[in-house]
Design a protein around this ligand. Structure first.
Ligand SMILES: Cc1cc2nc3c(=O)[nH]c(=O)nc-3n(C[C@H](O)[C@H](O)[C@H](O)COP(=O)(O)O)c2cc1C
Length: 327
């Protein structure tokens, strides 16, 4: 995909899906693809592991076929390695590459990766330049407002990253210090958007309820929902309906159960039944967050071990007079 096509799709569809480690794996990307998002991206993958062709990493890079564009997010802090990994994922068929400059996990920061790159503007730029020069697909960066509250350098750094070849930037409206806390700083995202020529995607706290407001408030080209897509691929449809000003009809309970079963089954195919179900234990309740007795569901899900037990469990979810409950 060339840069112009990338920006055209982004500006038309105004939706950019997030990388979510532990969630946007191949099985969930497959589910997401059924909702026709314009872009789908992998979880962050370690550049070194890509170069070494680590078996697990190669599995994480399985491409979901469909109409959407496939992105891959690279994590690392060595410009040469990042470029090598970029060449590899490009040859695998990915349509764009995102560089992680927002992750706040201790293990990542301690290696000078993720949000720690925001503290080293020169290195951050060298990485973007090196990756951009190594592939002819769009290179984007996902970053925060700064490493910590005292070092809010998103404006200066984003200008430099634009000069280094980034085609678009996703700005998560929190500093690294704030991790996933409340008080999103959408005004700062707007400042960034207005100071650049490349498009900015707004991220942080986005749901279908506020997507339109955030889009306007931030002067962004698109929004990137985050945790709200976990157990809720319908967010894609809901945001699309919102932007296209068409009525949105949510899924019926039966439709939802069908997606849940498919998700469970895809996880088992991908990881093997034992491991797939262990993965699914943390995901299944997310599909039914508004149900009565969610506590009971969360408790019982911990003892499922095989796919058929998923079916038995969700058979216990019912709807009466618009209220969904688990018993
Ligand atoms: C479980 C989890 C995993 C995440 N994994 C990644 C990741 O791999 N790469 C990344 O750039 N951000 C990652 N993020 C950050 C999200 O993409 C997003 O920026 C963040 O959740 C803010 O959006 P929200 O407030 O709507 O959730 C992750 C967040 C969570 C909660």
């Amino acid at each position: 995909m060339n840069k112009t096509d990338f920006v055209t799709i982004l500006s038309k569809k105004q939706l950019f899906l997030p990388p979510l480690s532990g969630f946007t794996d191949y099985p969930y990307r497959t589910i997401l693809s059924r909702f026709s998002p314009p872009f789908i991206i992998t979880e962050m993958v370690n550049a070194k592991a890509v170069i070494m062709k680590n078996r697990k990493t190669m599995e994480m890079l399985k491409i979901v076929k469909g109409e959407h564009k496939n992105g891959v997010q690279l994590l690392g802090n060595d410009p040469f390695e990042m470029a090598q990994a970029a060449e590899k994922v490009h040859s695998m068929g990915f349509d764009y590459i995102d560089i992680n400059m927002g992750c706040t996990v201790k293990k990542v920061i301690s290696k000078g990766q993720g949000v720690a790159l925001m503290k080293n503007e020169q290195l951050a730029c060298d990485i973007v330049e090196s990756v951009s020069n190594s592939v002819d697909i769009p290179v984007t960066v996902k970053m925060r407002l700064g490493y910590c509250d005292q070092t809010r350098n998103v404006i200066s750094l984003s200008k430099k990253l634009e000069g280094s070849g980034a085609v678009a930037l996703t700005i998560h409206g929190r500093t690294g210090e704030k991790k996933f806390g409340p008080n999103l700083e959408y005004a700062t995202i707007s400042q960034v958007a207005r100071s650049l020529s490349i498009p900015v995607v707004a991220n942080g706290g986005i749901t279908p309820m506020n997507a339109l407001t955030v889009l306007k408030k931030t002067d962004a080209i698109a929004v990137m929902p985050g945790r709200s897509i976990i157990g809720n691929p319908w967010v894609i449809t809901e945001i699309r309906c919102l932007f296209e000003q068409i009525p949105y009809l949510g899924p019926t309970l039966e439709q939802k159960k069908k997606v849940v079963l498919d998700h469970g089954s895809l996880l088992c195919d991908f990881y093997g039944e034992r491991s797939g179900i262990v993965h699914f234990r943390k995901i299944l309740p997310r599909y039914f967050e508004t149900c009565q007795n969610l506590r009971g569901l969360k408790h019982d899900v911990t003892s499922i071990n095989i796919l058929s037990e998923v079916e038995t469990l969700i058979d216990r979810i019912h709807e009466t007079a618009g209220i969904i409950f688990y018993h």
